[in-house]
Design a protein around this ligand. Structure first.
Ligand code: FNR
Length: 394
């Protein structure tokens, strides 16, 4: 934030920062999401482009995620004094300046060499929390250091290893590094059938990308005969063996919740019964998500399940949403349906691909400006005040 800004902190100041931000938008970065995506995919090599843009099977779920938004229309209201708008929300008892987090996205080195460090810098500048993936290209400690140096905030996303010692070690490291919540991704005990990646014979982990956390983890290193620097292939094979655990059950979640002091948010929830079970087992929040259509082809669009999950557990736990958020109006729909916050995924990766930290910053600024303007023009002055009365179902 600029030191010479005379305005006090608060809703008005946030609005102005986002709008001032518009002046700094990288001119070359497309503003329309469709152009941003196309330009970024053009700039990437085929393997990386397919990995980021692709989904499971015939990619029906990816399309359905977007289609689901067309079922909801915003009904703008007039003459309601929307001069000062408040984008802030409370999630897990934590105060956020805006209802947006950057979703955990792995192996960002395949789109830009600065990868998660660039995302951390941009997230801190934007005052948006970053959720760091387990399969990051930089160690979680390095990313945490960047975040805290820049006054940023972070959550850590856990891929639950089949080796308990590795899981425990990752959680302990995330706690020690200062991450404020643990996001446990439940929808990826196995990597799915991704046709683009199979056709390209592309899986970045097999090239040693995205494994920084494992290669620096004492419990993981204990499994190896020699250091990854000496025999990378053996280390990669070991990663493939321990990455996921399809045998996990809800009893395991309860154990994990008991082992950490961090609030636990489970990611990948679609069925309201699963949401209720997660809360019964001690989770503090859920992320309604189908992993951007990357895991189960023909899975139900995440947005379709959001109202049921909110109705079931919204009073007892935080509910976040991702899978298909592209513009401010998408966020308004999800928030009006009861999400406490949304996660932005592929859009910021395309910003990163085109212009590193500046690209992520530009995408974030545009998104927040759009969100702020759409909120006000809908006749609403706060995110906390949104509810389903703002929407009309088609
Ligand atoms: C992801 N996602 C993901 N989720 C997670 O929990 N850990 C991870 O490491 C990753 N990695 C990852 C890589 C790539 C390239 C993508 C596109 C997505 C899923 C992510 O957090 C989020 O759920 C989706 O991106 C939401 O879908 P949209 O809105 O980006 O389409």
């Amino acid at each position: 934030m600029p030191d010479d800004d005379p305005e006090p902190p608060g809703p008005t100041r946030q609005r102005n920062i986002y709008m001032q931000g518009l002046a700094d938008v990288t001119p070359d970065l497309p503003v329309r999401y469709e152009d941003l995506e196309a330009t970024a995919l053009d700039a990437l090599d085929d393997g990386a482009a397919g990995y980021v843009a692709g989904g499971a099977g015939g990619e029906e779920t990816m399309d359905a995620n977007r289609e689901a938004f067309t079922e909801w229309r915003i009904v703008p209201r007039m003459l309601r004094d929307v001069e000062d708008r408040d984008l802030s929300v409370e999630v897990l008892g934590q105060e956020f300046a805006a209802p947006v987090l950057l979703a955990p996205i792995g192996v960002l080195s395949i789109v830009h060499e600065d990868a998660e460090i660039a995302v951390a810098e941009a997230a801190a500048d934007l005052d948006l929390p970053m959720c760091l993936s387990t399969v990051s290209s930089f160690r979680l400690e390095q990313v945490a250091e960047t975040l805290s140096h820049e006054d940023g905030r972070g959550w850590f996303q856990l891929y639950w290893s089949s080796d308990r010692a590795v899981t425990e070690s990752l959680v302990e490291r995330a706690e020690d590094a200062g991450f404020e919540a643990l996001v446990v991704t439940l929808d990826t005990p196995l990597l799915s059938w991704r046709e683009r990646d199979i056709e390209e014979a592309y899986l970045p982990f097999l090239d040693g990308e995205g494994l920084a956390n494992y290669f620096a983890d004492p419990a993981f290193l204990d499994r190896l005969d020699v250091d990854p620097a000496e025999n990378e292939l053996a280390a990669i094979r070991e990663f493939v063996d321990v990455f996921g655990d399809p045998s996990l059950t809800w009893d395991d979640l309860e154990l994990l919740v008991g082992e950490t002091d961090l609030p636990v948010v489970v990611k990948g929830i679609l069925h309201p019964d699963d949401a209720a079970e997660a809360v019964d087992r001690g989770a503090d929040g859920v992320i309604v998500s189908n992993h951007g259509g990357r895991q189960v082809d023909r899975a139900v669009p995440a947005l379709e399940m959001l109202p049921e999950v909110v109705d079931r557990i919204g009073e007892d736990a935080s509910v976040l949403f991702d899978s298909g958020i592209r513009r401010g109006s998408d966020a308004i729909v999800a928030l009006a349906l009861g999400a406490d916050a949304v996660m932005l995924g592929r859009p910021y990766v395309y910003g990163l691909a085109l212009d590193g930290a500046d690209g992520v910053r530009a995408v974030g600024q545009n998104f927040l400006a759009d969100l702020d303007l759409t909120l006000g023009l809908a006749g609403q002055s706060s995110i906390e005040g949104l509810d389903r009365s703002v929407l009309r179902e088609r």
